[in-house]
Write a protein that binds this ligand. Structure first.
Ligand code: BJ8
Length: 425
């Protein structure tokens, strides 16, 4: 941690003592869980560097952007159309919400029986620990689940917040509401930035984000091979970093990594033995630095080869068709693309079940682990349907409900060991 960083954090109003405690907890875990992995691709060097200076260089870039008169827009959900943010020369940043560290701070205010993702994100702001939050001019929330939408009301007492209404169904009436919300969001962003979104700027932003999605698709395609050329932990990290790194730079780095992985696949090289049980993790998102489940699975001998999650396939599977047209026409195309994110907040949500079965086949998995953040009711209820869908296909499932703490690690290890043993037989 350089003196320059500390000075910047002070200027951002960060609670330095708490922040030091967070870094002192986080970086040794990264060292132990990530850097100790064998035969990692060289392309992970960039992502190690990003994590090593997680609150340094990128925050400095965002601050410079703000000093130059532009805006930074923070988000928590893949439903926020980043195309609109970029098209107004603002920078979208997906906020961290995956750390246990900020949960007790949030519990001073929020009900304890709230999902850890909500508590973690709120605690980062309340505790003044996250320089990304402090750098942002606006946090964009959504109405995807009850806990989040009520938390945003309280968060608005501490930071400028705007909430987008995400419908709960995928009917044509819901699509109309969603398009109206996307259009209203464009107006909010234009007002915030003072920049008019044009046909050209929206087209350009769409291309940039599609290129990042294509790069992520390319990387994740390599995980379909046996043996997998990259660990699940590393692949998860790449997706996590893609939420806050510069879009063009990240795209370039992901493509470089994907190229290396394609060579590994061609040479039949991997990071696990070819007979390691292949696992699809499906469910609640794993925001950075939530690596707990992947770490337990992979240190138990499994290979995590896919995440059906918003920090996974839901973030990059669908592109926005690059059709051009007027701003209104492009907003319509963008809105429709986002309606293909099969979040458990939708009812019914059969498309997610289809996706899980399809991904299980494409990635040649031996089993699925359904990952449920504690107190996340939408995913917990949907797990019942996931179980039935997978049973029909003869694909084994393990349902996990957990938080960000380490209190249940021993119990999780025992259950995961038994699940892998059952798969191996
Ligand atoms: S599109 S999954 S990123 S809402 S906060 S629903 S874990 S109780 S995060 Fe999500 Fe958008 Fe949907 Fe994806 Fe449950 Fe927690 Fe709510 Fe959560």
């Amino acid at each position: 941690m350089t003196d320059n960083n500390r000075q910047m954090w002070k200027e951002l109003g960060i609670d330095i003592e708490r922040h030091d405690a967070l870094m002192n907890a986080l970086l040794p875990i990264y060292q132990e869980w990530y850097l100790s992995q064998k035969n990692r691709p060289q392309g992970m060097g960039f992502f190690d560097f990003v994590v090593g200076d997680i609150h340094g260089i990128r925050v400095r870039e965002l601050r410079q952007h703000a000093i130059d008169g532009y805006k930074v827009v923070a988000t928590y959900c893949v439903f926020v159309p980043e195309e609109i943010v970029l098209a107004a020369s603002a920078i979208p940043v997906g906020l961290c919400a995956g750390a246990q560290f900020s949960v007790p701070i949030a519990e001073q205010v929020l009900p304890r029986d709230t999902c850890p993702l909500i508590k973690s994100s709120f605690g980062f702001k309340l505790g003044r620990i996250c320089p990304y939050v402090q750098t942002s001019h606006l946090i964009v929330g959504e109405t995807t689940c009850d806990g989040k939408k009520k938390m945003f009301e309280i968060l608005a007492e501490h930071h400028p917040v705007y909430v987008i209404e995400v419908p709960n169904k995928k009917t044509s009436a819901s699509r109309h509401l969603w398009l109206a919300e996307v259009t209203a969001f464009k107006e909010v962003i234009e007002k915030l930035t003072g920049n008019k979104i044009t046909e050209a700027s929206l087209t350009e932003a769409t291309k940039m984000l599609n290129n990042r999605r294509r790069a992520l698709q390319r990387l994740h395609n390599t995980r379909k091979s046996r043996p997998a050329p990259i660990s699940g932990k590393d692949a998860l990290l790449v997706t996590q970093v893609s939420f806050y790194d510069d879009v063009a730079r990240c795209t370039q780095q992901v493509n470089a990594l994907a190229e290396e992985l394609e060579k590994r696949v061609a040479a039949g090289e991997g990071v696990f033995p070819p007979d390691a049980p292949r696992i699809l993790v499906s469910g609640s998102p794993m925001a950075i630095p939530n690596w707990k489940l992947h770490h337990i699975l992979e240190t138990a001998g499994a290979a995590v080869v896919c995440e059906e999650s918003c920090i996974g396939t839901r973030a990059f599977s669908d592109l926005v068709p690059e059709l051009g047209g007027t701003v209104e026409e492009q907003l319509g195309t963008i809105a429709e693309r986002y309606m293909h994110i099969h979040c458990a907040c939708f009812t019914p949500n059969a498309e997610r079940l289809d996706d899980i079965v399809r991904l299980a086949r494409e990635y040649q998995v031996d089993g699925v682990v359904h990952y449920n953040l504690q107190f996340c009711h939408t995913y917990a209820y949907e797990a019942i349907k996931v179980e039935k869908a997978l049973e029909k296909e003869g694909i084994p499932l393990l349902r996990i409900e957990t938080d960000y703490g380490d209190g249940d690690v021993g119990q999780l290890r025992t259950r995961i060991d038994a699940f892998l043993e059952m798969i191996r037989q």
